[in-house]
Write a protein that binds this ligand. Structure first.
Ligand SMILES: O=C(O)CC[C@@H](O)C(=O)O
Ligand SMILES: [Zn+2]
Length: 537
């Protein structure tokens, strides 16, 4: 019997836990801590409208980068404003504090705003009217999709009006020859995946938060996820966008063309700009064909060096059918077992790999996977493994990788870092942090997207710990900058990381970002306190 048959035949002990993780599951409500110090640092409001100017000279970063910002001098929502919104959006202007609660707090429960109004438009025209009005009245707006972000970008910091895309959830067109889908921004990623699968296509991106996140939020944060290795980033697969600008103008760049060289590619400005330049209302996206054969292998390695060699071998031997190469370390596995009662399907190892293949011919793909597994097991790069070819087992193996974030929320307080590095360096950072922090941290765990050189470094402590934070930052960012990495590989900057931007971008580039912001949103009403550092405002 070949290795593939032997591995595929292994019983998966974890079959009872494969339910799809939704980030809004009730099991998650009791975790996290709510930051309550922001209200204390509100300073007196200036009466002038602010402009985006670069303060402090090139390269100057804010002196206390982690501190919450002071409230900027936006208008407060009045009864007249509410009357306007209620006429425009009858029954969709929410002011009940109980209904606003979940929209005011982020998924991690570490950032909480105090918005008193949630608007739920259904059409682009309604978004346009809302923004035109808010711009004239100088009311700040926080655009919100599924609110699954991890850097505090999708919730208000003070009393910004929340503009939710949750009712903008219609598929507009799908062309089954080109595979181009056009839909409203509030479509939930998983619903789009199901819609496409019925038509023999798939979405080019897949995330643990797929059950809640919106495609508009994915695009505005340039979400990466689990399939980037195979299908590339949203910067390549998004073909067109419709965006409402701060003053209400609608920018219809909803192209469905693969090739369009007519000057500046404006949609790129909005991809990854986290709602600070405009509100994305519709998206056209190029979708791959649904693979006919999908296999997942869950493997164990005894060192990170062996894991890297396995990756190298995997790329060479699986070639174009490789669709994901992910890892988690033994500390992650312990948390999955402890908090979520998941079962490790193989023997204990320091490192685990999830490999997915997606191809058009199952016999061909299985043979390739078999040859690869034979190679890595006979050369002892891999010490144990199991393979799934059937959908429920595939899901079960994937949940061991996808649910690490959820398991971490049960640990107390988690300091989260989403770092891009040269692939051979990614685990050095985890080991170095363990040495550096010693007993100060409860747990230092590493997992992520090996194929993209993207490490998720998470450091836990029983509760929020300022001394621990001082030991982590700026150390972790300096480490990253030394290796020319990025301090935010895929989660964005949001509220939490914006002041560290200088570790990854030259000051001239940050200043140019400020100029673009000033041009597109001169009153700064769109998602203030996010993405841009404090010294650009
Ligand atoms: O929790 C994190 O730090 C990472 C979340 C997500 O990007 C993942 O890859 O699972
Ligand atoms: Zn990730």
């Amino acid at each position: 019997m070949g290795i593939f048959q032997r591995l595929a035949g292994r019983p998966l002990k974890s079959m009872c836990i494969w339910s799809l993780w939704s980030r809004h599951s009730s099991a998650l409500t009791a975790v996290g801590r709510v930051t309550s110090d922001r209200a204390l640092i509100v300073t007196s409001c200036q009466l002038t409208q602010h402009r985006y100017v670069h303060r402090g000279g090139l390269g100057a970063s804010p002196s206390n980068p982690g501190a919450a910002p002071p409230r900027l001098p936006f208008s407060r929502v009045t009864h007249d404003d509410l009357a306007f919104f209620r006429t425009l959006l009858p029954g969709r202007t929410i002011t009940d504090p109980d209904l606003l609660k979940s929209s005011n707090v982020d998924w991690l429960k570490t950032v909480e705003g105090n918005s008193e109004v949630l608007l739920r438009p259904k059409t682009t025209e309604e978004v346009s009217q809302i923004l035109r009005y808010c711009n004239e009245r100088h009311l700040a707006v926080c655009p919100q999709g599924g609110n699954t972000g991890l850097v505090g970008g999708s919730v208000p910091v003070f009393d910004e009006i929340i503009l939710s895309t949750s009712l903008m959830n219609q598929v507009m067109t799908f062309d089954n020859i080109s595979g181009i889908l056009t839909c409203q921004a509030g479509c939930v990623l998983e619903n789009l995946s199901l819609y496409l699968e019925e038509r023999d296509f798939i979405m080019p991106l897949d995330l643990g938060a797929k059950g809640s996140c919106h495609i508009g939020g994915n695009v505005s944060t340039n979400a990466g996820g689990l399939r980037l290795l195979r299908y590339g980033s949203l910067r390549g697969t998004v073909l067109g966008l419709e965006v409402v600008l701060a003053d209400g103008r609608v920018l219809n760049c909803l192209a469905t063309l693969r090739k369009d060289n007519t000057g500046y590619d404006l949609k790129q400005l909005f991809i990854g700009s986290e709602g600070t330049l405009g509100v994305i209302t519709a998206v056209s996206i190029l979708c791959p064909r649904k693979p006919k054969a999908v296999n997942v292998a869950f493997l164990g390695c005894s060192s990170f060096q062996q894991l890297l060699e396995t990756f190298q071998c995997c790329r060479g031997m699986l070639g174009e059918i490789l669709s994901a190469f992910e890892f988690l370390d033994a500390s992650c596995m312990n948390l999955l077992e402890k908090h979520l009662k998941l079962t490790n399907p193989i023997t204990e190892c320091p490192f685990y790999i999830v490999i997915e293949t997606a191809g058009s011919n199952s016999a061909h793909d299985e043979e390739k996977l078999h040859n690869f597994l034979e190679e890595v097991m006979t050369s002892s790069l891999v010490t144990d493994g199991t393979v799934a070819t059937e959908a429920t087992k595939i899901k079960a193996l994937w949940s061991l990788r996808e649910r690490v974030t959820e398991a971490l929320t049960h640990e107390g307080y988690t300091y989260k870092y989403d770092i891009s590095l040269p692939v051979e360096k990614i685990y050095d950072l985890v080991e170095d942090m363990r040495r550096h922090l010693g007993d100060m941290a409860k747990n230092v765990v590493g997992y992520g997207h090996v194929g993209d050189g993207n490490l998720h470094l998470n450091i836990t402590s029983p509760s929020k710990d300022p001394a621990l934070l001082t030991a982590i930052e700026p150390y972790v960012y300096e480490w990253t900058a030394r290796w020319k990495g990025s301090i935010s590989a895929e989660h964005g900057l949001g509220l939490k990381k914006r002041n560290y931007i200088y570790y990854s971008k030259p000051s001239e580039a940050v200043a140019l970002m400020g100029s673009i912001k000033a041009m597109l949103d001169p009153k700064g009403i769109l998602n203030p306190y996010k993405t841009l550092p404090d010294n650009i405002h």
